[in-house]
Design a protein around this ligand. Structure first.
Ligand SMILES: Cc1ncc(COP(=O)(O)O)c(C=O)c1O
Ligand SMILES: N[C@@H](CCOP(=O)(O)O)C(=O)O
Length: 465
């Protein structure tokens, strides 16, 4: 299997090279040249198997033989052993048709751990086999950075630089990043929003001189391996609820479009999916795009679901690539400069509407949903999950199709928003006590590419002359 750029540039790469490269050299995103498929019999055989077995089935299809199954299995097993729940991503029924899939039982209490714990081990393995070091530069609105810090801390071959928007993540999220004492983790508080952080990371990726000097890599969902690992829980959820003989719908709290793209790819691989619901907060570019066909980024507006305070949703490029019939030229023309936005064609819009629905929740809706879910079920949900639940409730489905809302974070990461919604302060898990106590360490930087590049050049051990 080869990985090609959505913008058509560069040469195709194998799985290991694409994983280390992160973003394609032309600024596009890597996608597999074809989607591997599961037969119905293979899906039937996977139903009832542990999460780890499903993850291996997914990742081995994307690794294209470059990593042995025994190596993948060892890394997946070690990654998932960090989870506190035996089922890893348990399903909880909250209504006749409605389920919540809890993705927050990993070390940092957000869905990012599912992929990040595995990816860190795979990257470490690939780098050690090549006798190489890497500099990982990642943008975060709170959760990716925390998950990356935890997964990559202390890894000798890797220096990790995390860019987060100063003042725009929750206290718990910030502390999860800034209290990591390991010297290979560098946390930068950027004077800007998440889109500024992601813009800087992408600019550094395509600056080939810088990129090669620091051996740059990335672990945002622009890295295909992140998306691939996230496909597993769609299989896990659907097969637990009667798949592949029954269609299932998923409502996905959405910002960078990585999580829901994994659901789309699961469908392309043969998993019967009725609908994928794009659930946005007031930064609703994707809901607007689904409704109007026009993708027009604005400025980020802070919300009570800060991890989704994103206006430039990177992974949407991968969907547009497929919607356009894999026309890299048209993707390049539309994505290279987003300042005026772009239109989906009528055909692209119709194709998108066949699989995707969408919804939006502002802060008042989010608080109301947190309160309603608590009153109806006793479940305390985080604000991102509440956004997903609102969109789920508004989506009509054929009889017999279950709706699974992805619970993407633990409520204790956002105690203020949760208390405002349901009047209860969520209990803080013991694992977060250290985070709230330990001293913080971060460097404040302006939202400028040069300032971030200089900091990385001064601090990464991978820098060559
Ligand atoms: C808690 C939480 N929910 C939802 C999202 C949105 O996921 P994605 O950016 O993959 O769309 C994020 C950030 O990625 C998140 O941290
Ligand atoms: N919500 C994310 C933003 C980055 O998303 P990613 O999935 O592309 O890494 C965060 O919490 O950092």
């Amino acid at each position: 299997m080869q990985y090609i750029s959505t913008r058509g540039g560069g040469r195709p790469l194998g799985f290991c090279d694409a994983t280390l490269a992160g973003l394609a050299a032309d600024g596009g995103l890597f996608v597999p040249d074809t989607y591997p498929e599961f037969s119905e019999a293979e899906l039937v055989a996977l139903a009832g198997q542990p999460f780890e077995a499903m993850a291996l089935a997914v990742l081995s299809r994307f690794a294209g033989g470059e990593l042995a199954d025994a190596e993948l299995k060892s890394d997946i097993d070690a990654a998932m052993a960090t989870f506190r729940h035996a089922a890893r991503t348990p399903l909880v029924q909250i209504g006749p048709r409605d389920f919540v899939m809890e993705l927050f039982h990993g070390p940092t209490f957000a869905f990012k751990d599912v992929a990040m714990q595995t990816l860190a081990r795979l990257m470490d393995r690939i780098l050690k086999a090549r006798g190489r070091r890497a500099t990982i530069v990642t943008a975060t609105s709170g959760d990716t950075g925390a998950a990356a810090a935890e997964a990559f801390r202390g890894r000798d071959a890797i220096d990790l630089f995390i860019l987060y928007p100063d003042g725009r993540v929750s206290d718990v999220q910030r502390r999860q990043m800034t209290t990591i004492a390991d010297a290979n983790v560098h946390t930068l508080a950027v004077a800007g929003d998440f889109d500024d952080c992601q813009r800087i990371v992408k600019a550094l990726f395509v600056d080939r001189t810088f990129n090669e000097r620091v051996a740059m890599s990335g672990v945002n969902s622009i890295n295909w391996a992140r998306v691939a690992a996230q496909i597993t829980y769609y299989l896990f959820g659907a097969l637990a609820l009667g798949g592949p003989h029954r269609k299932v719908a998923f409502s996905v709290p959405t910002g960078n479009f990585g999580d829901i793209l994994a659901g789309y790819v699961a469908g392309r691989m043969g998993l019967p999916i009725e609908k994928l619901v794009i659930a946005t907060n007031q930064n609703d570019i994707l809901d607007r795009t689904a409704r109007t066909g026009r993708y027009a980024p604005g400025r980020v507006a802070p919300s009570t679901s800060p991890s989704m305070d994103i206006q430039v949703s990177s992974n949407f490029e991968r969907l547009v690539f497929d919607l356009s019939g894999r026309d890299a030229g048209s993707v390049m023309a539309r994505m290279a400069d987003l300042s005026n936005g772009f239109e989906l064609t009528d055909g692209e819009r119709a194709a998108m509407a066949r699989l995707f629905a969408s919804g939006r929740a502002d802060d008042a809706d989010t608080a109301r949903l947190i309160g309603e879910i608590y009153a109806e079920t006793g479940m305390i949900v985080d604000p991102h999950t509440a956004v997903g639940l609102k969109a789920a409730r508004e989506t009509a489905l054929p009889d017999g199709v279950p709706m699974v809302t992805l619970a993407t974070a633990h409520p204790a990461k956002f105690p203020d928003a949760v208390e405002a919604g349901c009047g209860v302060v969520p209990a803080r898990p013991a694992a977060l006590e250290r985070v709230m106590r330990d001293p913080e360490r971060m460097t404040r930087v302006p939202a400028e590419i040069g300032a971030v590049a200089d900091h990385i050049l001064d601090h990464s051990r991978a820098v060559t002359a």
